[in-house]
Design a protein around this ligand. Structure first.
Ligand SMILES: Nc1ncnc2c1ncn2[C@@H]1O[C@H](COP(=O)(O)OP(=O)(O)OP(=O)(O)O)[C@@H](O)[C@H]1O
Ligand SMILES: [Mg+2]
Length: 207
């Protein structure tokens, strides 16, 4: 038996972290073993790549460099953590996955679609999540929430226009994929959590 891979996506401050705890508890209550991962990161090497990507370097970081680091971290996580877990019938809940790259690097940084597709193919082959919950928030609201948590990292410091493009690409991709469910994350947190639970319960009923 294979475990299921559920991904939570959205801009900074969308509320992914609390939603992931909610999902983890519900999946465990349904009787499945379940782990959580985050991207970039989730293995010792991938966490080192995360530090590297987020560091406020005193030099220009080429967008291709950032892009390839993200995919390198993703490959490490897949091979060393996600694939072995799923093969052992363990469910995985991911804080971000490929949709983040498609939205941030493809939409936000406007990297060529052909490059995005090629890197996705090398990294993922035909692997896709079973369910993605996209928490939709406008950048101003999201960044205000994230700012409340402390200093912004290098990527969070990108301008509002960057996040507007990222959000637009998220919405576009979610609209074209039945396995991605959009949740209005600008609602009060209790309502967001209620919507998340309904989506997860529907998914669990199909297993
Ligand atoms: N719907 C909501 N309404 C108001 N505040 C919220 C809501 N959802 C989350 N928050 C608060 O916003 C802050 C950021 O949320 P959280 O850390 O879960 O976001 P995130 O999506 O995990 O961000 P990041 O991508 O930076 O990890 C937290 O303090 C959280 O309690
Ligand atoms: Mg988080």
């Amino acid at each position: 038996m294979q475990g299921k891979f559920i991904v939570v996506e959205g801009l900074e401050g969308a509320g992914k972290s609390s939603v992931i705890q909610l999902l983890l508890n519900r999946v465990k209550k349904a009787g499945y073993k379940c782990i959580t991962t985050r991207e970039p990161g989730g293995t010792p090497m991938a966490e080192a790549i995360r530090e590297c990507v987020k560091h406020p370097w005193q030099e220009h970081v080429a967008q291709e460099t950032e892009l390839m680091l993200m995919y390198a971290a993703r490959r490490q996580l897949l091979v060393n953590t996600i694939f072995p877990a799923l093969d052992n019938n363990v469910w995985v809940i991911g804080d971000r996955h490929n949709l983040s790259s498609l939205a941030y690097q493809g939409g936000g940084r406007q990297i060529d679609e052909h490059i995005m597709r090629t890197l996705s193919e090398i990294t993922l082959k035909d692997f896709t999540p079973d369910l993605t919950l996209y928490l939709d928030v406008d950048p101003q609201t999201g960044l205000e929430r994230a700012r409340g948590r402390g200093e912004l990292d290098r990527i969070e410091q990108a301008g509002l226009a960057f996040f507007e493009r990222t959000r637009a690409r998220y919405i576009e991709l979610a609209g074209n994929d039945e396995s991605i469910i959009t949740i209005n994350a600008m609602q009060p947190i209790d309502q967001v959590h209620q919507d998340v639970m309904s989506s997860l319960n529907r998914f669990l009923e199909c297993q």
